[in-house]
Design a protein around this ligand. Structure first.
Ligand code: ZN
Length: 107
């Protein structure tokens, strides 16, 4: 993987008006560069739902992800990821085991 770290294109970083914000965006992009594709959109999707966060358009400039991708991440967080989590994401968590629903597999 030789993916480059996205350079934030938001107006704060372009004008270098707020070092704290610039650092936050840099670190966010550093983190994103270490994640795989679904993880990136889930992360940004989750981030976008926190109070006081930038719009999707702004986040798209910050992270380099498509607005559509961000929306998709958010949607997946609300639905599919909950089902994926138990099987695919277990190793990432490392906390206490989460309660698994005994729903029959549909796929
Ligand atoms: Zn920025």
């Amino acid at each position: 993987m030789t993916k480059e770290i996205h350079k934030c294109e938001c107006k704060v970083c372009c004008t270098q008006s707020d070092p704290a914000v610039m650092q936050q965006h840099q670190q966010m992009n550093l983190l994103l560069s270490r994640l795989n594709e679904p993880q990136r959109r889930w992360y940004v999707g989750s981030f976008s739902q926190q109070p006081g966060q930038p719009t999707d358009g702004e986040l798209s400039r910050i992270t380099g992800l498509d607005e559509k991708t961000i929306r998709r991440g958010r949607r997946e967080l609300g639905t599919e990821l909950a089902e994926l989590a138990a099987e695919r994401q277990r190793q990432a968590g490392g906390g206490r085991p989460r309660a698994e629903k005994k729903t029959p597999r549909s796929k």
